[in-house]
Design a protein around this ligand. Structure first.
Ligand code: DI6
Ligand code: FE
Length: 408
């Protein structure tokens, strides 16, 4: 590279670092730490006393006054691009309406599909930006965004294009996921195979040709797609060279976690009903468990994901918001961490690594982001806190001091 590499070094000093570097213990804490950045990459993360003199010479220095620095937060499972909301449906549920009554009144996922189909790409972006901004305000630097509320060729492409364009609208990294197999659209109610054919033979090739997705996802559930249908989708995704992930075992155990593992999925998500065989298969395949406490809370699920099983088998665990209009209208990773701890007894370290290092792993981005280590992108968050536990402990309070994306 050019001598760009050696000039314009910026150093954040007098900081406490939670690096989450795997070679350090626990949260990888460095008291009296410093971070040096050049050309949007971290070139040093460690004890201030170990900072190489050649880096320090001539560098611009920022005094963090003892504040904590963590990797930038990563939300590895969202449906942030959608239109409208389902507050009316929420009200109906509060007064005891059944799912059927809500569907007959035009509610449910079908209403979100109608809203997305009717929206222009610009409208989708305009509606999604406030949700993205809420996440960014808490130190988010990378977000995954799924399609899945379009469910026809043009509307799925439109949703993914909108998701990609959000990256140009804000200083944030966006990973996109094609979720055509989210639900059966109304026009295919009597023709499941016809819809799956459309997803596999039309949508997927179009998405791949336009390079609109980094991965392919599906909803494996009684109310959505069967394991056999998902397997067809995964085989097709593999032919296009796309990574796979899965909404698995959210409402029942159809063996979704094991199916995801069989296809070396980056992640299996939700997992309330996953059994020991599923956890063991995930561990063997290196498939990350993405825990989504917002959906659990919002639909008043009572079955908890088997966190202990994941620990015992050594399954990596990430935490995400699942931002979506139907089951998780949640746009806070800080609150998500509190829910992970309070509802599922996840530790502070599990919660924080779940929205940083493990979220990066769930997106296949661990070599680029997710920890404070030399070589990674300089994406980090500086906090007004006395200990990392405060980030998990509070509810509805944002102690972010500054967010740094790619060194800026
Ligand atoms: N799991 C969920 O909880 C949401 N999608 C999914 O795959 C529900 C989607 C909706 O109701 O809008
Ligand atoms: Fe989801």
């Amino acid at each position: 590279m050019t001598d760009e590499n050696t000039k314009a070094v910026r150093i954040w000093r007098n900081a406490r670092l939670a690096t989450f570097a795997p070679e350090r213990e626990g949260m990888g804490i460095v008291e009296k730490g410093a971070l040096a950045v050049a050309n949007s990459r971290i070139v040093f993360a460690g004890a201030e006393g170990d900072l190489p003199a050649e880096l320090a010479a001539g560098a611009e220095t920022i005094d963090c006054e003892g504040r904590w620095i963590t990797p930038g937060l990563i939300d590895c499972h969202t449906h942030i691009v959608h239109a409208g909301n389902r507050a009316r449906e929420f009200e109906m549920r509060l007064s005891g309406a059944t799912y059927e009554e809500i569907a007959r009144a035009g509610g449910g996922i079908v209403s979100s599909v109608a809203a997305v189909r009717a929206a222009s790409e610009d409208q989708l972006i305009a509606e999604s930006l406030p949700r993205l901004d809420a996440l960014i305000a808490e130190g988010l630097t990378t977000v995954e965004i799924k399609s899945g509320y379009g469910l026809d060729v043009e509307s799925e492409l439109k949703s993914l294009r909108a998701a990609r364009r959000l990256e140009a609208e804000r200083a944030v990294s966006v990973r996109t996921t094609f979720l055509g197999a989210h639900a059966l659209p109304p026009e295919f109610k009597a023709d499941r195979t016809g819809y799956l054919d459309l997803v596999i033979d039309k949508m997927l090739p179009a998405v791949a040709a336009e390079k609109l997705a980094d991965a392919v996802d599906g909803f494996c559930e009684g109310i959505a797609f069967s394991p056999e249908e998902i397997e067809r989708l995964f085989v097709a995704a593999e032919k296009h060279g796309l990574a796979v992930k899965l909404h698995a075992d959210q409402l029942s155990n159809l063996g979704g976690a094991a199916l995801a593992a069989k296809h070396h999925a980056l992640s299996a998500d939700h997992l309330e009903y996953t059994d020991e065989a599923g956890a063991a298969a995930m561990a063997a395949a290196g498939t990350v468990a993405v825990i989504l406490p917002g959906a659990f809370y919002f639909i008043r699920e009572t079955r908890k994901p088997p966190i202990d099983l994941f620990r015992r088998h050594g399954v990596a665990m990430a935490l995400a918001t699942d931002v979506n209009p139907g089951t998780s209208p949640l746009t806070s990773l800080l609150l998500t961490m509190n829910m992970g701890a309070t509802l599922f007894s996840m530790t502070v370290e599990e919660c924080l690594s779940g929205v940083t290092r493990e979220a990066a792993r769930a997106l296949g981005l661990l070599s680029e982001v997710g920890t404070l280590e030399a070589g990674k992108f300089a994406d980090f968050a500086i906090w007004n806190i006395e200990s990392p536990a405060e980030l998990v402990y509070r509810m509805g309070f944002n102690p972010l001091f500054k967010r740094v994306y790619r060194g800026n």
